[in-house]
Design a protein around this ligand. Structure first.
Ligand SMILES: NC(=O)c1ccc[n+]([C@@H]2O[C@H](COP(=O)([O-])OP(=O)(O)OC[C@H]3O[C@@H](n4cnc5c(N)ncnc54)[C@H](O)[C@@H]3O)[C@@H](O)[C@H]2O)c1
Ligand SMILES: O=C(O)[C@@H]1CCCCN1
Length: 321
């Protein structure tokens, strides 16, 4: 008879999960996942159950690391909340299984895991893709993901200036006061991103909030918020100008409204058809030399609107370069 599962609470997860350990482990996992080799990582596109009555979804996210024999599933409820709602927009739980016996070994808080994993993967994309002398970071959105992204980006890099914008100025001001460093609050997105080297979009928007004409050439955009086919944060101009790097081709094609609604996929598909590339190797990027940059399940995509140093990507161990 199996032992009952261990319960790992949010404060315990918070105390155990540190970016200095999380980032290198995610880089290894990303590398294995990018190989599309099911002998390494089995992580199908998640199943999503609509909760129409509450304008939300339940996501079921299994993953199996074969060599490490780690089997887990994240169950996450996520919602589009009305402005000013006090209800949470995300609630997640992670189950760890004994792959041989089949029982649940641990039930752990998924909120901190989601906040830190997502931000860490955005930081990994920035390590590889942001301009060499990045000085200005702009965060669009002032919620949970905004805070985890602020924390990992200021811990990992040294920006001279950090800016924040939120659709409600008071939430941006509250966010700025809650951080340890100096964060400036901006009234408009256009002003907030003007000259920014790195832009993180972590809003609950359904329509574009970031427009290509405002983004400095070569800037890096870590687009996190639009993780449903009918949600988007980025406009068509940005999607078509940028080199698009995604966590998973299958996931992005199924879930990323920024990719699906901008039509950039069709043009890229057309390109790869013409090149008669094998399906599993088709790029999801505007630049034929850059393969789809695979990242842990969402952020749905990272954009690099300038040249990318592909050598860095090779160094990170992504063999598909
Ligand atoms: N890619 C991933 O892996 C991943 C992980 C977690 C969350 N998300 C998504 O990222 C987004 C932010 O997540 P969170 O946990 O920080 O949520 P949150 O509710 O804590 O914060 C959302 C922020 O977006 C703002 N916002 C909401 N609706 C908006 C709109 N229509 N226009 C502009 N701003 C708006 C809110 O004011 C708030 O500042 C959500 O859409 C969530 O689904 C993605
Ligand atoms: O992959 C995740 O964990 C997130 C949860 C929030 C909605 C989008 N997907």
């Amino acid at each position: 008879m199996a032992e009952p599962p261990v319960l790992i609470r949010q404060d315990e997860v918070e105390g155990l999960l540190h970016y200095k350990d999380l980032i290198p482990r995610l880089e290894v996992a990303l590398g294995k996942f990018s190989k599309l080799d099911s002998a390494e990582v089995i992580q199908p596109v998640r199943t999503t159950v609509p909760l129409q009555k509450y304008n939300g979804f339940l996501g079921l996210m299994p993953a199996y690391l074969v060599h490490e024999d780690i089997l887990c599933t994240k169950l996450v409820c996520f919602y589009k909340r009305e402005s000013g709602s006090t209800l949470p927009s995300t609630q997640a739980t992670v189950l760890l299984f004994d792959p041989e016996y089949g029982n649940v070994k641990a039930v752990m808080d998924g909120e901190v895991i989601t906040a830190k994993r997502t931000a860490a993967v955005s930081a990994i994309s920035a390590k590889l893709l942001m301009p060499a002398k990045s000085e200005v970071l702009t965060i669009l959105g002032a919620g949970h993901q905004a805070l985890s992204h602020y924390n990992v980006f200021t811990e990992t890099f040294s920006f001279k200036e950090v800016r924040v914008w939120s659709r409600r100025k008071e939430t941006a001001e509250r966010f700025a006061q809650s951080t340890q460093g100096h964060v400036t609050v901006w009234e408009s997105v256009e002003e907030a991103v003007n000259g920014a080297d790195v832009i993180v979009t972590v809003t609950g928007a359904s329509e574009p909030v970031l427009f290509g004409q405002w983004v400095k050439p070569g800037a890096h955009v870590a687009a996190v918020g639009a993780c449903r086919p009918d949600w988007r944060e980025l406009d068509d101009v940005l999607m078509r100008q940028a080199e698009v790097y995604v966590d998973s081709r299958e996931g992005a094609v199924a879930e990323s409204g920024d990719i699906i609604l901008s039509g950039c996929l069709q043009s890229l598909e057309r390109f790869s058809m013409e090149q008669d590339l094998p399906l599993e190797r088709r790029p999801l990027c505007s630049n034929p030399l850059e393969w789809g940059f695979k990242m842990q399940s969402l952020p749905s995509l990272c954009l690099n609107s300038g040249r990318t140093n592909t050598e860095d990507l090779r160094i990170m161990g992504w063999p598909w370069m």
